[in-house]
Write a protein that binds this ligand. Structure first.
Ligand code: DCP
Length: 219
């Protein structure tokens, strides 16, 4: 069952579904979705010095991207063919019995702006801001402004709550992400991610940088 405006409000009031900051509920809560606004940070792939991205390589994909932060009132111009990672301004918490679909808005679709290339699901249990895979499929540059409504989330109530929701218990890589985050595909089990994660935990245990004595926060 897809949540209606009244269902969404009820779940928000009950507190297990979170969309924050929801500055203008009247504007943002649509008949069967919640409009999300564009954040200030963007990650752009550096075009030079990327021979090929190898998902299984030790080199983190984040090393290939550079961050641009746009001030309030400024524009980020997305040129035809561009692909950049953006973020929603809002942070969400999806309860274990809901699935959220990240969708575009028609008004931007008509300008050939799409908000995801392929990944449109927020899992039950997911917490964090949402990374947008922004592209301009058209022929004219389009100026995007932080704070504009760019995307919408549609919530589906599942027949049964997930038994193992998204989160640390299952090694979920993007839980509590803030701002746009590059792919962490190196963390996948297929690429030895479990091993690397346990090595990082081991390093963190023995590294003096991470001990309380040295004021470290750990990783
Ligand atoms: N456009 C999107 C789509 C999803 N997500 C967040 C919410 C999802 O719950 C989480 C993980 O998405 P996937 O399960 O599609 O991604 P992976 O399978 O790569 O991640 P993991 O291995 O952590 O499950 O990323 C996001 O920030 N932006």
């Amino acid at each position: 069952m897809i949540l209606s405006d009244a269902d969404i409000l009820r779940r928000l009031e009950e507190g297990d579904l979170v969309v924050e900051p929801l500055d203008d509920p009247d504007l943002q809560i649509q008949p069967a979705s919640v409009d999300l606004r564009l954040g200030h940070e963007f990650l752009e792939f550096q075009r030079a010095n990327i021979p090929c991205i190898h998902p299984g390589s030790e080199q983190e994909v984040s090393e290939y991207v550079s961050e641009t932060v746009i001030d309030e009132g400024e524009e980020f111009v997305l040129h035809p063919g561009d692909f950049v990672l953006g973020t929603t301004k809002e942070r969400v918490e999806i309860p274990p019995d809901l699935l959220a679909n990240v969708e575009g808005r028609s008004s931007l679709g008509r300008l050939a702006i799409v908000v995801h290339a392929t990944a449109g699901l927020c899992d039950p249990g997911y917490r964090g801001q949402i990374t947008l895979e922004l592209s301009n499929l058209g022929t004219a540059p389009v100026a995007l402004t932080p704070g504009m409504r760019i995307s919408q989330l549609v919530f589906t109530e599942m027949k049964n709550a997930a038994e193992r929701p998204y989160g640390s218990d299952r090694g979920s890589k993007y839980q509590d992400q803030r701002g746009p985050q590059a792919s962490r595909i190196q963390g996948d089990h297929e690429f030895g991610g479990d091993q690397r994660a346990s090595e990082r935990r081991e390093d963190a245990r023995v590294s003096p940088r991470n001990s309380e004595e040295f004021g470290g926060e750990g990783r």
